[in-house]
Design a protein around this ligand. Sequence first.
Ligand SMILES: Cc1cc2nc3c(=O)[nH]c(=O)nc-3n(C[C@H](O)[C@H](O)[C@H](O)COP(=O)(O)OP(=O)(O)OC[C@H]3O[C@@H](n4cnc5c(N)ncnc54)[C@H](O)[C@@H]3O)c2cc1C
Length: 470
Amino acid sequence: METSHSLKIVIVGAGLGGLAAAVALSGSGHRVTVFEATKELVTASAGIQVPPPSTRILRSWGLEDALESKITKPKTFAFRSYDDGRLLGAIPLNPFCEQRYGAQWWCVHRMDYLKVLFEEAVRRGTSIKLDHRVIGVDLNMPAVTVQTKDSTRTCEADLIIGADGVRSYTRAALLGEADPGLRPSSICAYRALVPQSAMNAHEQRKSFMDPANANVDVWLGSGHLVLAYPVRSGLDAQYNLVLVHPEKDDHTEHDLPPRFPRPASIPEVSAHYVDFCADVKSILSQVVGEDESDYWIEQTALARKDGILEWKLSDLDELPTWSSFNGRVIVIGDASHAQRPYMSAGASTAVEDAVALAEFLKADNIAQYGLKKLIDAFVALRKPRTSKLQRLSAADSACWSLDHGLAQARRDALLVHLGDEDRQECALAMAQLKDEGIGEFNFGHADVMDWAWGYDVAKEAKEVIEMMAS
Ligand SMILES: Cc1cc2nc3c(=O)[nH]c(=O)nc-3n(C[C@H](O)[C@H](O)[C@H](O)COP(=O)(O)OP(=O)(O)OC[C@H]3O[C@@H](n4cnc5c(N)ncnc54)[C@H](O)[C@@H]3O)c2cc1C
C-alpha cells in the first residue's frame, strides 16, 4: 500500500538480487522500476543451490508452490574422491535443514528462479524495463541516465539500488577511485548441463537423476573439482555441472583472446578430467551447452563451439562503503559483496539484502528515522555477514583443491566426520584440519553451518529496528 513515505526506487539490474529487491520493496508499498541492460531475462549459467536463508524468504513470499515442480531437494552434499568416486563424507541437507534451520535446501535452474521472481515483482506492481542500460549515476540528485536503442533519458528517484553484478557500473560511480574492482583468480569453471534422457540412458548415470535420492555430489581432485546436481523434474530434468579447474595459461590453442566468459569445446573440457573416475567421465561425455538464452553468447557474438562457457572466478575485496554520502545510492548483491561460490551463498545473500532493505524501509521507519539513518543501519547489519562469507568462501576454495599428497589424504580422512550425528565431532575435525595447517573446510563445519544457514534476515533486521527505538 502506498503511503506518503513510499519511495520512488530505481533498481539497476534484473538478476536474482535486483528482482528479489523488486519483490521485497514493491511488497512494502514502494514504487519500483528496474532497468535491465539485456533484451531478455538472462541465465548466464545453469543451476543454483538455494540454501535455507533464502528458501525461508521464498516461502514467506508465497513462492514455494510456483517453484515446487522446478526444484530438487538433495538429501546430502556428498564429497567424493576424484579417482574412484568413493564417498569421503556427506553433509545432510534435506530433511536436516528443515529440522534444524526451519527451511529446506533447494537446487533450481536459474531461469526458473528468475522467472518466478520476475512474475512476482510484476504482480506486486514493479515496472521492469528490459533493454535499458544505465550509463550514468548522479549521486546528488540522485538519478540514473538510461540508454535504450532509440533514446537516452534521465530518471530521478528517492533511492537508487545498484544490483548490477560483479562488474557493477553503480559501484564504480559510487566509489570512484575507492572501488577496488574485481581481482581475477587463477581458477576457472565450465558450466554445462546434461539432459535427463542422456543421464537415464545409462545405468552408471541414471542413479544421479533419481529425485528420491538426489544429492549434490562433489568429486575433489588436485586443483580440479566437479560439482553436480539435478535440476527440474520429469522430461525437463537436467543434470547441472560446475567444472572447476586452474586457468590454462596457454591460450594459443584458442582462436579467441583470454576474455571471460568464453566458449569451450567438449574435448577441451574433457582433457581437464581424464584422471577422474568412470562416473564423472561418463557424465562428461554427455554434456550439452548452456541455454540458448545465454546473453553472453548473443552480446559478444562469440562463436558457439560445443556451447559450453568457461568462467573465471574473481574476488571483490570488502568495499569501504555500500552507500553514498546521502544514503540515496547503494549497492547490493554481487555489486557489493561478490564471492567465490564455495559457500553457495552469493545469490542467497543478495536475496537476504533485499529482505533486509524492505524491513528497514517500511513506511513507519522512514517516518521515524529518515532514509539515511535506515540505510546506514542496513549496511551495518549486512556488511559483517557478507564480508565473513567472502572470506570463508575464499578459504574453502584452497582446501577443496589440495594437490595430491599427504595434506589431501589427511583432509579426506577427516571429511568422514561431516555427517556426524554428534555435531561437535564434526566441528572438532574441521578445527583439526585448520590447526594442522591443511586449510579451512568451512562449508561443512557444523558451527559455520549453524551460523550461515540458521540465519533469518527478517528477524535480524526487526531486532535492529527495535534496538533503534529503545
Ligand atoms: C560457478 C558459480 C556457482 C555459483 N553457485 C551459487 C549457488 O549455488 N548459490 C548461490 O547462492 N550463489 C551461487 N553463485 C553466486 C551467484 O551466481 C551470484 O552471487 C548471483 O547471481 C548475483 O546476483 P546479482 O543479482 O547480484 O548479480 P547478477 O546475477 O550478475 O545480475 C546483475 C544484472 O545487472 C544487469 N546489469 C549490469 N550492468 C547493468 C547496467 N549498467 N544497466 C542495467 N543493467 C545492468 C546484468 O545484465 C544482470 O542481469 C555462483 C557463482 C558462480 C560463478
